[in-house]
Design a protein around this ligand. Structure first.
Ligand code: PLP
Length: 523
């Protein structure tokens, strides 16, 4: 044991002997007083207990922004001259307002978005992170977070299958930023002179190939990198929303004829709209021989790797070059927590060539080996790995696998239930935990069908029991559920179906009444 570790353990055993807080300014002493903090924390966790204990079906109580502004403003102290006295009641009201006005991610009524109802313990670790404030990116600033990143990367890379001696992982604040970072690394590998000369055209104008179903952050990232819309080539998809491998070569050939050099193909492992998984093995067989970087946007679906039952959806991932993985989606930790994996860590490092004497060491040592700032856009960032690593350490991987298996099974159940309803149309076979469908009673044209889905989505949300989302498929809106909560059972799916049907029929009745009214007025 090192001396410093021994000292830490002594300090731990001897808590309470610490020096009393000793500030010349009484106001500050009050604010920073550890006992006050402890009491405030107890008050917050008590409220969180009640919040988590409520299993009512509720989605979102959408409040007019002006009303919420007013309520929030009333909670702001008028004191300007001195540090206001701590008002426990005010803190309680702020926490209550916070908890009650959000999407109720812990309720079975939440089925609309991809961020999760978190494993509660993860939130406690975030609290520790916030108070200890050890931002990661550089080892000296966040020692345990940087070590935890390395351990978590090793654990997850066993599922990815890349060479343990060569791969690298960095955390980023969200999947959008991870996609940008991966595209940057890919571009800089293909155009090595780019930091020096700006957007270069060695061997053609830089271009990326993505599917129609790629997340919008990918084309946005391309734009940030100076890759115009004309340099984004679109790959065709099948009816399930998956890239059609037989459509790839013609698109790449056409791009080459236009003087484009496609340096990266982005596949999705779990598209955002339908949760479709592109065929990575077949795509890698096309990109590898051409020297095209294969980036896998697994923001949503990479987590399926943890499940033995579902991992096969990412078959071929071992042949890819980089992977975006949002743990704040299917690994159930607070947002943001994104992991960006590079198959070849050196390629990633080569992509970031800036020097800064205040952080980067000239002589790499045992510490700087753990820095991630050399392959990442961000400098100061949350030690976002800590909740994930702690859950993994405390409960093991089965926690995640169990929950994912349940969510995918429930989505399959939803699919079967909806298919059995004559007035619903299901739009695809779910591959994970996302399902798109329409309330589709006979006799509506495309426009009416489209409007009906939008009206249903908004009314269901306004009624406050279920929170679902919508997405346009083939130009017509569809309803979309994303099951993120293990408390969701078949009874909640049945309730949702009834709610949608009742709402849809009400909308249609009101429309018909309005049309009659109009006809009457005209007569
Ligand atoms: C959610 C998602 C993103 C965006 O990730 P953020 O963490 O929200 O920035 C990108 N791609 C896919 C496929 C996603 O599902």
């Amino acid at each position: 044991m090192t001396d410093s570790l021994a000292r830490m353990q002594i300090a731990d055993g001897g808590s309470g002997n610490g020096e009393k807080w000793n500030s010349v300014d009484g106001d500050l002493a009050e604010v920073f007083d550890p006992l006050n903090f402890h009491q405030a924390a107890a008050q917050c966790t008590l409220r969180l207990w009640r919040y988590l204990d409520d299993s009512a079906v509720k989605g979102l109580d959408l409040v007019e922004p002006a009303v919420l502004m007013k309520a929030a403003r009333e909670l702001m102290t008028d004191e300007r001259e001195r540090v206001a006295d701590f008002d426990e009641g005010r803190l309680g009201q702020i926490v209550d307002l916070y908890l009650n006005t959000g999407i109720q991610v812990h309720s079975p009524g939440y089925m609309g978005r991809q961020f999760s109802g978190v494993v509660p313990l993860a939130g406690l670790v975030d609290l520790v992170s916030s108070v200890a404030n050890q931002p990661s990116s550089f080892y000296e600033a966040g020692q345990l977070p940087n070590v935890a990143e390395r351990l978590m990367a090793e654990e997850l890379n066993r599922l990815i299958g890349w060479d343990p001696a060569e791969f690298a992982m960095v955390t980023t604040s969200g999947g959008s930023l991870a996609n940008l970072t991966a595209l940057l690394a890919a571009r800089n590998r293909a155009f090595p002179g780019i930091w020096a000369r700006g957007v270069a055209e060695e061997g053609g104008r830089p271009a990326v190939a993505i599917s129609e179903e790629a997340h919008y952050s990918v084309s946005r990232a391309a734009g940030v990198l100076g890759i115009g819309e004309e340099q984004i080539v679109r790959l065709p998809v099948d009816g399930q929303g998956r890239i059609r491998p037989d459509g790839v070569v013609p698109v790449l050939d056409a791009a080459a004829r236009r003087g484009l050099k496609v340096f990266c193909l982005v596949a999705s492992s779990g598209t955002t709209s339908m949760g479709a998984f592109d065929p990575l093995d077949e795509l890698a067989a096309l990109t590898r021989p051409r020297g095209i970087w294969l980036h896998v946007d697994g923001a949503h679906g990479a987590s399926l790797l943890v499940s033995e039952r579902h991992r096969d959806r990412l078959r071929g991932l071992a042949e890819a070059d980089s992977l975006t993985w949002d743990a704040h989606k299917m690994l159930f930790v607070p947002a943001p927590c994104t992991l960006l994996f590079y198959r070849d860590g050196d390629a990633a490092r080569g992509a970031f060539q800036q020097r800064a004497s205040y952080v980067f060491d000239e002589e790499p040592d045992v510490y700087s080996d753990f820095d991630s700032g050399d392959k990442n856009l961000e400098c100061t960032k949350r030690p976002m790995i800590m909740p994930l690593w702690t859950l993994w350490s405390v409960y093991g991987p089965a926690l995640f696998a169990r929950k994912i298996d349940h969510l995918c099974a429930m989505t399959g159940q939803a699919h079967r239930m909806l298919r059995a309803e004559p007035d619903f149309t299901v739009l695809h076979e779910p591959e994970a935990n996302i399902l798109c469908f329409r309330y589709d009673p006979a006799g509506l044209d495309r426009t009416a069908l489209h409007r009906l889905q939008l009206a249903i989505r908004n009314r269901v949300r306004a009624d406050g029991r279920f929170f679902i989302s919508k997405v346009d498929l083939d130009g017509v809106a569809a309803l979309r559920v994303v099951l993120m909560n293990h408390r969701i059972g078949a009874e909640h799916l049945a309730m949702l179906i009834t709610e949608i049907r009742t709402t849809g029929q009400r909308v249609l009745r009101e429309n018909a009444a309005r049309d009659d009214q109009k006809d009457g007025d005209q007569r």
